[in-house]
Design a protein around this ligand. Structure first.
Ligand code: SAM
Length: 312
């Protein structure tokens, strides 16, 4: 009873206005209110940090996972590429909640990250391909949609540009093999189902991509991952590593509220300075960075410099 009283303080319109949320939050909450007023009340109360009973928590969780593919996939495994693929492929005929994720700034920023990552990988390949063969490692690459796209658009008939995609998720690997086949680049990408932390490459890489992997990790774990990547690179090889920035929390707090408090997808937001520090501690020279259109993700590019001892 008490909770209901609190949430009745705000209509959906007042709540959205008070916190300055986007119009898509208004649409989402209006829709939920029409469908199930109790759930709308629980959401507002939870956002306001009012006490929520276990019964209400369970009702809210069930509502999201039963009405949203995106929420169900995230709740099952926050790091799954099913979620990123959903945002990259923008499916039609989806539920209202799923449509919210596509329209929200946080969701669209992940799509935008994908586009900027593709552009920058292509640029790095072009800068390096004059010297001959290029081997790319997509670590935690999911189904490697980015690499398959780049290969099919730009290197369709170039056998000097090859990639190895490493992911511990069998389903992502199988999906990637299908995508590569559909795009006619299956002879250019090898798919390995393993943890990249245990991987011992036979041949070192020119470029390693790490997108959507560090976002949930604290800085110390990121350093461990990047040290492993450093060992897998050739001298003068480079890494592209993405990270969620605090700007996402600042500009789209409602989407992160759903991710964090309802589907349990927790991110460790890091500023560019923190990412630079992580690169430095892992042995990399910071080259440059780029972001998605919203600045919600910062992609650092670091280079493994020629070892001083190997120069003589
Ligand atoms: C959010 S998805 C991102 C996929 C892809 N990089 C992209 O940009 O769309 C993160 C992926 O990293 C994989 N992953 C996380 N840690 C891993 C590890 N130690 N070894 C291999 N794969 C890992 C997960 O299985 C998942 O497919």
């Amino acid at each position: 009873m008490n909770d209901k009283k609190h949430s009745d303080k705000y209509s959906v319109e007042e709540f959205v206005k008070k916190f300055g949320f986007d119009n898509c939050v208004l649409e989402l909450l209006n829709f939920i209110e029409k469908d199930n007023k109790t759930i709308k009340d629980i959401i507002i109360n939870k956002y306001l940090e009012k006490p929520i009973s276990e019964v209400q928590e369970e009702e809210l969780f069930n509502y999201f996972i039963n009405n949203s593919v995106f929420s169900a996939a995230t709740a099952a495994n926050p790091a799954t590429s099913v979620v990123t693929e959903f945002l990259y492929t923008k499916p039609k005929q989806i539920s209202f909640i799923d449509n919210y994720f596509l329209k929200s700034q946080g969701g669209d920023a992940i799509y935008s990250r994908f586009k900027h990552v593709e552009k920058n990988i292509h640029q790095l390949i072009e800068e390096r391909s004059k010297k001959g063969k290029i081997l790319i490692g997509n670590f935690g690459g999911g189904p490697s949609r980015d690499i398959s796209n780049i290969f099919s658009k730009h290197y369709y008939d170039n056998n000097n540009i090859l990639a190895i995609n490493i992911d511990k998720d069998k389903t992502a690997i199988k999906r990637g093999q299908r995508i590569a086949k559909i795009l006619n680049v299956e002879d250019k990408i090898k798919f390995l189902e393993t943890s990249f932390m245990r991987y011992k490459p036979k041949e070192k890489f020119d470029i390693i991509i790490l997108v959507g992997v560090l976002c949930g990790l604290p800085s110390e774990s990121c350093v461990m991952v990047l040290k492993k990547i450093y060992k897998c690179l050739k001298e003068n090889g480079c890494v592209i590593a993405s990270n969620a920035t605090p700007k996402m929390l600042e500009k789209d707090p409602f989407t992160y509220f759903i991710m964090d408090k309802i589907t349990n997808w927790k991110l460790v937001f890091k500023k560019e300075e923190t990412l630079k520090e992580i690169f430095k501690k892992s042995g990399f020279n910071w080259e440059r960075s780029f972001t998605d259109d919203y600045g919600f993700h910062c992609m650092g590019i670091g280079k493994k410099n020629k070892s001083f001892f190997n120069m003589f």
